[in-house]
Design a protein around this ligand. Structure first.
Ligand SMILES: C[S@@+](CC[C@H](N)C(=O)[O-])C[C@H]1O[C@@H](n2cnc3c(N)ncnc32)[C@H](O)[C@@H]1O
Ligand code: SF4
Length: 456
């Protein structure tokens, strides 16, 4: 079966609500509604002692944005009041001060990623204070990577220069779509010329890795105009492209996503066509497809990691970093210490008051049991390499999984050879559906309210 024309009946059959598997178990199935500081610190200590590596990754959530994009699924807070910057950065630094005391062994920072919201909402001076505060007295690994998410409309030359001087080598620009009709529907008017200027400036400043985020399946998106968006993207030659499937989850984000009608969204068939056509354009331009929604030039580290089987996936998406501990700082940030996850307070006021009273702001979390850990590894294998092998002595039985995957096997999307389960090229677009067969929590209890976006 040719993967660039997926039959409509397959799309209808497999287009179901399903997780994106940036974690396993997925957040709705975490068991600890109230996660105490002590419980979370115990998980970090366990990871510290289990893994040889001293490397940790830091993700900093910077939630503010000047203006609301009506498609947005991120944890953000819209304001034009920039007086919020100083207290927020101070709180993140205080959270880091509280947390780093809890490490029982020396660590080295392997990665700092500023995400959001919009990191470039903050002034270059506040970002500098943040990064210097995070790295003071901390050791860095030899291949440390600093990266940030940049909104093209709020990224100044000074942002680029100050962050580059601090050691930042990666930047990812939020593009989404260049069609003015789509931009109007998502309330994000952003001309190509503006993006070109800031992209060129980033190169000139010395950023060695530039990434662009595009989204397919947005309201009013059409194949012809999206092909133009992709062409414009290729003309700037970013090193990486994230081509995200639009996650329509209005029940979580309230009014933020209701700036357009459901009838403005492309059908599942058109949505898939948008991805497949864009993929073809990127491949013809020399990019390689990485995992389920990324492309990279062949000499990019993500492409090299995918080729060597070293690709990893965490809350930030696909990455080359294999740090066993990922610490998320800031409102709503999620941390992952392999044996457990924790999420910070999701309301900024709660986050600030917890940190300012000297407490770690963790709220919910999950401690993985042996079965969770085994399934987590299978899902990671499938998401990164499209293949996994079930060992003989295992919580899962290959027969049960094959039974759950029977429809996908019959449709030639999945192949089973002895205990190895792999996706066929035609099955790759349905990798989330394949992972769902391994998901013990989802198979035991279906969510009783809308929880996940559609898989196609
Ligand atoms: C935090 S934003 C990037 C930085 C900055 N706020 C901006 O918009 O330019 C992260 C990216 O998530 C993606 N994103 C946001 N909401 C999404 C949704 N509902 N479905 C799919 N991707 C989404 C967009 O591509 C966006 O660029
Ligand atoms: S897409 Fe970016 S700028 Fe727009 S609301 Fe979301 S986080 Fe803010």
């Amino acid at each position: 079966m040719n993967s660039d024309r997926i039959p409509s009946d397959l799309i209808q059959k497999y287009n179901v609500p399903g997780p994106r598997y940036t974690s396993y178990p997925t957040v709705p199935y975490w068991t600890k509604e109230q996660w105490s500081e002590q419980e979370w610190v115990a998980v970090i200590r366990k990871a510290e002692h289990h893994f040889q590596s001293e490397a940790i990754s830091l993700y900093i959530h910077l939630p503010y944005c000047d203006s609301l994009c009506t498609f947005c699924g991120c944890h953000k807070h819209i304001t034009t009041n920039h007086a919020v910057e100083e207290p927020y950065i101070s709180a993140v630094l205080e959270e880091w001060r509280l947390l780093r005391k809890q490490f029982s062994k020396p660590f080295r920072i392997a990665e700092i990623h500023l995400g959001g919201g919009t990191p470039t909402f903050f002034s270059p001076q506040e970002l500098k204070r943040l990064v210097l505060g995070l790295t003071t007295d901390a050791l860095l690994t030899d291949h440390v990577e600093f990266g940030f998410e940049a909104h093209p409309l709020s990224t100044s030359d000074e942002h680029l220069q100050v962050l580059h001087d601090l050691g930042f080598n990666r930047v990812s620009f939020g593009i989404q779509d260049y069609d003015p009709v789509v931009q109007k529907a998502i309330h994000r008017e952003q001309p190509f010329e503006t993006v070109r200027k800031v992209h060129d400036k980033a190169r000139e400043t010395g950023f060695s890795s530039i990434s662009h985020d595009l989204v397919f399946g947005l309201p009013k998106q059409k194949p012809e105009s999206f092909a133009e968006t992709v062409q414009k993207t290729i003309s700037l030659r970013p090193d990486r492209i994230s081509l995200y499937s639009y996650a329509h989850v209005p029940w979580i984000k309230g009014n933020g996503q209701r700036g357009f009608k459901d009838s403005d969204l492309p059908s599942p068939e058109i949505k898939r066509q948008l991805y497949e056509a864009a993929k073809q354009q990127f491949l013809e331009a020399g990019y390689q497809e990485i995992g389920m929604d990324h492309f990279a030039l062949p000499n990019d580290e993500l492409a090299i990691a995918a080729k060597n089987g070293n690709l990893h996936r965490n809350f930030m998406g696909y990455t080359t970093q294999q740090s066993p501990i990922l610490i998320g700082l800031g409102m709503s940030a999620i941390s992952d210490a392999w044996f457990g996850f924790a999420q910070n307070e999701k309301k900024i006021t709660d986050y600030l008051s917890r940190v300012n009273s000297g407490k770690l702001p963790v709220t919910r979390g999950h401690k993985l049991n042996a079965e969770d850990l085994e399934i987590r590894q299978h899902i990671l294998n499938l998401m990164c390499r499209f293949e996994t092998t079930i060992k003989k002595r295992s919580y899962l039985s290959a027969e049960t999984i094959a039974e759950r995957l029977q429809p996908m096997i019959e449709d030639q999307l999945v192949e089973v050879h002895e205990n190895t389960i792999s996706l066929s090229p035609a099955g790759i677009p349905f990798v989330r559906n394949c992972c769902m067969a391994f998901d013990a929590h989802l198979n035991a209890v279906q969510p009783d309210k809308p929880t996940f976006s559609m898989t196609v």
